[in-house]
Ligand binder design. Structure first.
Ligand SMILES: [Zn+2]
Length: 491
């Protein structure tokens, strides 16, 4: 099976006429020549036979040194075995041809819900852009090797849940083409705000569906997909209403420029780009596209996603991968770390009973809502620093509250305590039942003593609930301090 796959892979790569430096911007012009389905016509087949030797050698050389899908799965399994204390591996679904879409989660508490932001990296969205999948394995290994040795590695492992999907399109990779096994460009397969071309849920590709379910399941604060063919950090919007090419910023344009600049300025030479000032670009200003993953994430998943073009050469010689990793390493790390090094973070509580409220955070002047987590009501709101912001917390059934903060370098921790709109009967007892720490044992305790000197136990329960709340806050503040928070504000 393995041999057959490799043979097929080599043959298809051999037949492919993809130019190695096909940029994302040049995609439309080059699609006809890069689309493998067109390469299966008669003239391509003849061409294949004519210069078989030289082309075969060139294509086999191209694949040489890159991981096959089996190699990748093996590398990920070895990684989670080696670094089992800070990682786990799971699948978010399968490709058209049944290849699992494996993810590694890196965190000091993988798989556990914490009051921490989550970040996702996705590689190999386009099958013929394999650099990202290799870089992500470099990244995982570097974090494991440097946890508790390097401050940045430690910061990420202990304060962020980092999810890594090295290959979103394993079929496209093994076929050596841009689209998936059904020849669909996965970065055009998401529902779009301007063009309603992908609204039919049933016709969506399994890889796309897997990403959408994943983003609904995990509350990602930010993410990035890795592409090849150019060197630039691309941010929303990707499309325009009238389909013309011009700068079209989303409500969080400043924040996206800030995030993109973190990537480009941490990179070896991305920010020196002659084509893209500062090494960043608005998607629609470069060229509009529809059905992309980036805009969908921002609109529907509450996730600030960038599209990163990490290598001018789509399929460079594998011997260049270590140097490409070296060029992108600080960018990849700093982008993830920016989730805790900047922005506004906190939790929303009820003043009635102190329990966490899964409410909403908005910022005056920015038409965008960030949702707090269901379990801990923690929120993580990325914002460009060096500005004053009015932050508003809302929750149905509660009076909303707002406060103004100055966001300089470094994060701000801002907790909200909201007052109920009406009185809520039995709220104190409810707090005991809802408390996140060890609530089961407390429930049994209350049942055991029920009816005997109830008023004494009632006071005791209130004190216990208060201590529980206090403990949770201390843990949170400690975590935030570890991430370099400057101050905690409660309003
Ligand atoms: Zn791409």
């Amino acid at each position: 099976m393995n041999l057959m796959q490799n043979l097929l892979f080599s043959l298809l790569i051999l037949a492919s006429t993809i130019p190695s430096s096909l940029a994302k911007g040049a995609f439309k012009k080059s699609l006809a020549s890069s689309d493998f389905s067109n390469a299966s016509n008669a003239s391509s087949a003849r061409h294949l036979l004519e210069d078989n030797d030289s082309r075969a050698k060139r294509r086999v050389d191209l694949v040489q040194g890159y991981m096959t899908n089996d190699d990748l799965e093996r590398a990920m399994k070895e990684f989670v075995q080696r670094c089992s204390n800070i990682s786990r591996m799971y699948s978010i679904g399968k490709s058209v041809n049944g290849v699992p879409l494996w993810v590694i989660e890196i965190s000091d508490k993988p798989g556990e819900e914490e009051t921490e932001p989550a970040f996702k990296y996705i590689g190999n969205v386009h099958g013929d852009e394999p650099v990202g999948r290799e870089l992500l394995i470099f990244l995982a290994n570097w974090l494991c090797d440097n946890h508790l040795k390097d401050p940045l590695a430690t910061l990420i492992v202990e304060n962020v849940h980092l999810h890594i999907l090295p290959s979103m399109n394993p079929d496209g990779y093994s076929l050596g083409k841009r689209g998936n096994a059904n020849n669909i460009d996965l970065n055009r397969d998401f529902p779009d705000q301007f063009v309603f071309l992908n609204d039919d849920e049933d016709s969506r590709q399994p890889e796309t569906r897997a990403i959408m379910d994943w983003a609904r399941d995990i509350r990602f604060t930010a993410s990035a997909t890795l592409h090849g063919g150019a060197l630039v950090a691309n941010y929303p919007w990707d499309g325009t209403r009238d389909k013309r090419t011009y700068y079209y910023g989303c409500p969080d344009d400043d924040t996206f420029q800030f995030m993109s600049s973190i990537y480009s300025h941490s990179h070896y030479n991305m920010s020196l780009s002659k084509e893209f000032p500062g090494g960043i670009t608005n998607g629609a200003a470069w060229y509009p596209l529809y059905g992309g993953m980036q805009d969908w994430n921002y609109i529907h998943a509450g996730c600030f996603e960038l599209t990163l073009e990490v290598s001018d050469d789509k399929w460079p010689n594998a011997s260049e991968l270590p140097i490409i990793w070296k060029y992108n390493k600080m960018s990849m790390l700093n982008l993830v770390a920016s989730l805790v090094k900047t922005g506004v973070h906190g939790r929303i509580y009820s003043s009635g009973d102190g329990r966490p409220l899964p409410g909403f955070i908005t910022v005056s002047g920015i038409n965008y809502t960030v949702r707090a987590g269901k379990a801990f009501a923690d929120y993580h709101r990325l914002l460009a620093p060096r500005d004053k912001y009015e932050v508003v917390a809302t929750m149905p059934g509660y009076k909303s509250k707002n406060t103004t903060i100055w966001l300089d370098e470094g994060p701000v921790t801002l907790d909200f305590v909201l007052d109920p709109e009406g009185s809520i009967k039995g709220s104190i007892l409810q707090n005991v039942y809802d408390c996140n720490c060890n609530s089961k044992s407390k429930l049994e305790f209350v049942q055991f003593f029920g009816g005997v000197h109830l008023e004494v136990y009632f006071v005791f329960i209130v004190i216990l609930g208060f201590l529980c709340l206090l403990f949770q806050r201390r843990v949170k503040v400690k975590n935030r301090q570890a991430a370099g928070a400057k101050r905690t504000v409660v309003v």
